[in-house]
Design a protein. Sequence first.
Length: 501
Amino acid sequence: MDIIKIYPQDSVAVALRDLKAGETVAVDGKTVKVLQDIPNGHKLVVEAIKKGEAVLKYGNAIGTATEDVPVGGYIHDHNLVSACGERKHYTYNYDPDNTALRGASDKTFQGYARANGAVGCRNYLLIVPSVFCANGPLEKIARVISEKYPANANFDGVLALTHPYGCSQTGADLEMTSKTLASFMLNGNFGGVLIISCGCEVNDLTQMKKYMGGDFLESRTRKLCLQDADDEIAEAMQMCDELMAEISKDRREAVNMDKLHIAMNCGGSDGFSGVTANKILGRVCGRLVSEGATVNMTEVAEMIGGEHLLMNRAINEKVFQDIVDMINRNLDYYEGYGIKMNANPTQGNKAGGLSTIEDKSLGCIQKGGKCAVYECVQYGDRATQKGFILVDGPGNDLTGITAQIAAGAVLTVFTTGRGTPAGFGGPLYRLSSNNRLAAKKPGWIDLNCGTLLDDNSEAECQRLEDAMYEGIMQTVNGEYRTKNEINGYYQMCMLRIGPNM
């Protein structure tokens, strides 16, 4: 194939290879002469576009043309501008015929059931600081503990995660850090948690426990205060010995799919992300939700331009209004710093073929398929509903995925076109949107969806859907270790909303 037209009503198609001026390509049963060179992943005009007219991709407007562009022309950021400049008034137009509801099944997965009701797909000992001052000692302690307690069949090892916050914060900013860390530590992947405290920080365990309620597991949590310890290594070892005595008892067991919670995210996107990886992930999302699982999606900054589609899949008017409020809250946040959403996408996204925030967002939200939205979770909170849910978080992968894990996700499925090796606070199953990246970075990629660029048939879509679903479930069941796990790439960081004091 030379090009792909995503929706019948689209006025552009995506080039599947570098197109040269003068050659011809076929679309909708007709021949189109390419008028100028068009890079791989960029957009070829297949229906003449007038100046001031909306450009259609994914069946929706991705911006406005700044000049007349004939059939065969090239449209990108040189002649296409975002229409996302003003606040919008939204109305709820729920369409049950095009919305997939959550389901239930007798299907199970092999997970670690925790006493507070959470279920993990991994069994880690988490070592985490309450404040950045503890990062150095934490890393030293983690090395010692890892040597004594290496990973085995029922223990996935020590996960030591540092962060730069916990002091010089106040008000809502402190509350967000405390709440996010508290929710994160309650994730089902953690069989035990050692908190390393300096001793004088504002974000201490007392502060964080306010957000844990009855879900705090005292038998699975220890706190080491560095200022009080005579020998922090010895005291940490004793605490970890106590935690490992409990963790060593943990075994996988059959758990219903309604206890499985998965996150979806993307980074380093290109012009193929919404055409291949995100498209197939949307199908898998629907499949998981139909079986009773919960799947969450964030990147609110990359919903702008496609937010109306999510709003109209809200299961009721309350959820619709929650999504509206989330969009406007994020716009307030960015505009408070003088940032306009049409400044997104990045230079890397543009090099990959994405021209406007609408272009990027409409591809991004393909990950949710046509699933009904059952909840809109604020940053740092834990999910209370099952099915497909949205988590309030930025497009930044690190702070966004931290919130998704805090919401309860035990596995992240991550799509990329430009490529990124980043890992986060647990296993991450990474999808490539194109063949080039998969071939160049096999040590990063768990599944290549770029084959869809060679064969866009329903049979190939189904093959990829089945392969992705099976890969995800093998990861969940502990039968497959993802590339980030093999590489040992992990990190976390919370969103800040205030100044340092």
